[in-house]
Write a protein that binds this ligand. Structure first.
Ligand SMILES: [Zn+2]
Length: 261
């Protein structure tokens, strides 16, 4: 992460989206139709990809941002003259485009819907959603509780929808085949979990002892519809991993404080 991204992360909008994603992941019921649109049927194939860097969580975050852009614009609180939320996102994310002239015309005759359609067709909305989704991901990746809820939320699509579209990705027992974890994913999880088993806190840095084996555990096991995805991994010692087995989604919601006080 570079300095300019850090500036963006401090924006209220990013935390607002984080909160929404977390709420939906924990209480998906009111949003089932939208979730179905994003991950149902043929779209479920995306969930079978092996360790994509642009994860299913990124996709979901983008969809949520995009729907908030449209919802806010239709709320009557926003006017073209005063600027929409999406205009504010463009500004905060240094997306400078030369459409002032076009917008000036819009303000005198066209609707907000036409303006948004223009932004969408020109790719500006995709561009801002991608930028903001990376900032939201930066924050949510450190929260294993949100990640675990998210993986649980979509596991039904992995188990029930995806096999008909990508049967080769599944083992005979109906679960996704285990795939090799790339080193960038291992590195990210190792650093997030600070080199310790998240369940028993055993030190896995191996600085002074080689005795402990490092395991990268699927938070939602493959047998329960977990994905081969960096968002579904956590660091554990061998004992905890074996004890957890394939029917259990344990994670730890404890975080190490920066200092004691
Ligand atoms: Zn352990």
């Amino acid at each position: 992460m570079n300095i300019s991204q850090l500036e963006d992360v401090s924006s209220v909008d990013v935390y607002f989206i984080c909160q929404m994603i977390d709420n939906i992941a924990r209480e998906p019921f009111p949003y089932l139709r939208n979730i179905e649109d994003i991950f149902g049927d043929a779209s479920s194939q995306a969930l079978t990809r092996s360790y994509p860097k642009f994860t299913a969580l990124h996709v979901f975050i983008e969809e949520v941002i995009s729907s908030v852009i449209w919802e806010k614009a239709s709320s009557r609180m926003e006017t073209l003259e005063n600027g929409l939320w999406v205009d504010h996102l463009f500004e905060a994310n240094n997306i400078n485009m030369d459409f002032d002239e076009w917008r000036g015309g819009v303000a005198f005759g066209c609707s907000i819907g036409e303006y948004l359609t223009f932004l969408s067709e020109e790719g500006f909305i995709d561009q801002v959603c991608e930028k903001v989704s990376k900032q939201v991901f930066y924050i949510l990746f450190s929260n294993r509780k949100t990640l675990s809820s998210f993986s649980s939320m979509i596991r039904g699509y992995v188990l029930n929808a995806a096999p008909s579209f990508s049967p080769e990705k599944f083992a005979a027992n109906g679960r996704l085949k285990r795939t090799r974890i790339p080193s960038w994913a291992r590195g990210a999880v190792f650093h997030r979990d600070k080199g310790r088993c998240v369940l028993c806190k055993t030190d896995l840095t191996r600085l002074f002892s080689q005795k402990e084996k490092i395991h990268y555990d699927h938070i939602v096991p493959l047998a329960l519809g977990g994905m081969n995805c960096v968002t579904n991994l956590q660091l554990t010692c061998e004992n905890c991993n074996l004890r957890k087995g394939s029917r259990n989604t344990d994670t730890s919601f404890e975080y190490e404080v920066w200092y004691n006080y």
